[in-house]
Design a protein around this ligand. Structure first.
Ligand SMILES: *Cc1c(COP(=O)(O)O)cnc(C)c1O
Length: 359
């Protein structure tokens, strides 16, 4: 028997979540964001479940090439574009689309006298991460149009605060900046991430770029994934590999961080931070044991963690434990640990085997 931890990937849930994107943005094409190994879910099986997407977006060139080699014909967009002239031959060979976010990339492009590439020109409308300054934008467009790129351009930006209900003003400011900057151009447009897809229909435009919602997690702190009719895709599960009975005052794990306040029964689960479970998850973070809700106790170790079995009398050695997924949402675990579902999903360790449920 191998170590019992595994991540089950529910492919029908991915396909379901894609239909939820379509319901929100019925007039837009969907660029499914599958960067970071599809947010930790595994690139190729995720793509197969999302094969009805109109395009894919990621930022690792080797992953983009393997996607093309696997036979996907949709546009594949590299979200940070290319980093050197040398990569441009691969963009051409594999027909990859590139985000252009600074003038150095334009210079590289104009040096590269080959076939035309599809370009997504990114404008910095206030997030100050990637993108051309609005003042730079007309000059860059002129340069590209003079160099026969006019027919291959999509205009894009990215929102900093679409997930924060108190920050509507910021989204509207960015939207207005984008509209002002691009108003005399007729190119297709792309603005919305998951949060904007669900909260700001006027940002939908020609291409939406959902990431986290495809994986069945919520970008919002005030609405759960199930409120949004999204289904969790990854279920991280393991088993109880040891049991202990504690007396009043006994301590658990490193630094004895948890101390029994009554006689208790605890289970040790084969899952730790080296598997991707957050070390900062505190006592009382929810887990499911035998499908009943229980709680984490004490410090998470590298390979193990402790859970309370006092109230779960039917639990014993080998009882199944769900760390997140079906029945206990990754958003809830992330919130308890002071982080987001994005980080937990992406941090799933390579040593955890991923098993796909099929259709
Ligand atoms: C990651 C990313 C997305 C997807 O964001 P979600 O919040 O996961 O929906 C969209 N656009 C860009 C540019 C991104 O980097």
């Amino acid at each position: 028997m191998p170590r019992p931890i595994k991540a089950s990937i529910d492919l029908p849930a991915l396909a379901h979540n894609l239909t939820i994107v379509r319901q929100h943005a019925p007039h837009s094409r969907i660029m499914a964001v599958i960067k970071a190994d599809a947010y930790g879910h595994g690139l190729l099986h995720t793509a197969s479940a999302l094969k009805d997407a109109d395009g894919f977006a990621l930022l690792e060139l080797d992953a983009a090439i393997s996607l093309r080699d696997a036979g996907y014909h949709q546009p594949i967009l590299l979200l940070e574009g290319f980093f050197s002239t040398h990569e441009l031959a691969l963009f051409e060979q594999y027909q990859l689309s590139a985000v252009i976010h600074h003038s150095e990339q334009v210079a590289m492009l104009l040096d590269f006298k080959h076939q035309e590439l599809n370009l997504f020109i990114k404008i910095n409308t206030g997030m100050n991460r990637l993108g051309l300054a609005p003042e730079q934008f007309p000059g860059t467009m002129k340069q590209l149009e003079e160099n026969r790129y006019a027919h291959n351009i999509t205009l894009m930006t990215h929102f900093a605060c679409a997930d924060e209900s108190s920050e509507e003003e910021s989204v509207l400011q960015q939207l207005q900046c984008f509209e002002l900057t691009t108003k005399q151009y007729n190119h297709p447009r792309s603005l919305a991430n998951s949060a904007a897809i669900m909260r700001y229909p006027k940002t939908h435009a020609d291409w939406v770029r959902p990431g986290i919602m495809l994986y069945g997690a919520s970008p919002f702190s005030d609405q759960t994934a199930s409120d949004l009719n999204l289904r969790p895709v990854m279920t991280l599960s393991s088993r109880i590999i040891a049991i202990h009975n504690l007396k009043y005052g006994d301590k658990v794990g490193y630094h004895g961080l948890f101390q029994a306040d009554r006689p208790m029964r605890i289970g040790i689960v084969a899952c730790g931070y080296a598997d991707g479970y957050p070390r900062h998850a505190p006592t009382n973070t929810p887990v499911l044991v035998n499908n009943q809700r229980s709680r984490l106790l004490g410090r998470v170790s590298m390979d193990m963690l402790a859970v309370d079995l006092t109230e779960i009398e039917n639990a014993g050695l080998n009882s199944p434990v769900i760390l997140w997924g079906a029945g206990v949402s990754v958003d809830e675990v992330a919130h308890r640990a002071g982080t987001t579902s994005y980080e937990l999903l992406c941090a799933l360790a390579p040593r955890v085997e991923k098993l796909c449920s099929s259709y």
